[in-house]
Design a protein. Structure first.
Length: 85
C-alpha cells in the first residue's frame, strides 16, 4: 500500500466513513484558511519540475534537500540565503 492510500484510510477511519456511514457524514465544501492555502500551494510544487525536461527532481524536493543540508550542517540564515540566491 502506498503512503497516500494509508493516509486516506486513516482519515476515512477517523471520519467513520469506512463503516458504511457515509450518508451520515455530510461533506461540506469550504475555502481553506490562509495557512491551509499556503500549504496547498506548496504541495502544488510537487508536480512542478525544476526546469523543462527535468524528471529527477521537482521544486518541492529541491527546497527540502537544501533545507535538510542547512539543518544538518547548522548553517545560519544568512548562509542559507546565500545558497538560495
Amino acid at each position: 500500500m502506498t503512503t497516500l492510500i494509508l493516509t486516506e484510510n486513516i482519515v476515512m477511519d477517523a471520519m467513520r466513513m469506512n463503516q458504511g456511514n457515509v450518508s451520515q457524514c455530510p461533506i461540506v465544501e469550504e475555502e481553506p484558511n490562509a495557512d491551509a492555502a499556503r500549504f496547498f500551494d506548496l504541495l502544488k510544487d510537487y508536480d512542478e519540475p525544476l526546469w523543462d525536461g527535468c524528471t529527477n527532481h521537482c521544486k518541492l524536493s529541491a527546497v527540502t534537500q537544501v533545507f535538510t543540508i542547512k539543518s544538518d550542517h547548522g548553517l545560519s540564515e544568512a548562509g542559507y540565503d546565500k545558497i538560495i540566491e
